[in-house]
Write a protein that binds this ligand. Structure first.
Ligand SMILES: [Ca+2]
Length: 215
């Protein structure tokens, strides 16, 4: 009887853990697209490029499917000079995509001892021209949400004599230009993964079941 009870509890934990949803997202300020001129060098945040103005990048794992998203303030613009890029890297996996002018290039790689081993590509993608690119992959490894998420949108980046670019990383050039004030991109806020919540729910369920059976 005790073995049966333990088995039921174990299966219950496995069932709950199998529905784990991990998520991470990074918000990026609006109106912070960098206009960069190479000669003489200048960098100026502008609000006139909403289609390049990244607002969020996201990473979600649900039911063995990894989803990366990139959203902009304006619209996803199809133009050969414009590139949208997102990546998520954790201990055991690296997911990347580049979208430009209707074409998606994607990679899904296993990370082994810090080395990238290409496994495949995205399994699907959707372009919501209103403002979001969504790309899905089969999960590699554990699917945790403790890695690093990064994205950018660029026009004529990086080869043009001048280019526009907005990314989700602190821009130290602009920090200096602004006298130390970080008015440009920042790392945003990370939403903690939901693994801990799921674990707590699993434990609560186990205790509830044990209590119910005892009394
Ligand atoms: Ca932005």
């Amino acid at each position: 009887m005790k073995i049966l009870k333990s088995s039921i509890l174990f299966l219950m934990i496995i069932f709950i853990m199998s529905t784990v949803v991990s998520a991470l997202d990074i918000s990026d300020p609006e109106d912070d697209v960098d206009h960069v001129i190479k000669e003489p060098y200048s960098i100026t945040p502008v609000s006139t490029k909403p289609n390049l103005d990244v607002t969020t990048v996201g990473y979600t794992v649900d039911d063995e499917i990894v989803t990366l998203t990139l959203s902009v303030k304006g619209a996803i613009e199809d133009d050969a000079s414009i590139t949208y890029y997102t990546e998520y890297e954790c201990n055991d996996a690296l997911y990347q995509f580049t979208y430009s002018n209707g074409n998606l290039n994607s990679q899904a790689s296993a990370m082994v001892n810090g080395e990238k081993n290409l496994i495949g590509q995205a399994i699907d993608h959707t372009i919501d021209p209103a403002n979001t690119i969504t790309v899905t992959y089969s999960v590699i490894g554990m699917g945790g949400a403790d890695g690093e998420l990064y994205g950018y949108a660029g026009k004529d980046f990086p080869l043009g004599d001048e280019y526009w670019m907005d990314n989700t990383v602190v821009d130290f050039d602009n920090q200096q230009n602004d006298g130390g004030q970080n008015t440009n991109d920042n790392g945003g806020s990370d939403t903690p993964g939901f693994e801990m919540i799921t674990v707590l729910v699993a434990f609560a369920a186990v205790f509830f079941l044990a209590f119910k059976r005892k009394y």
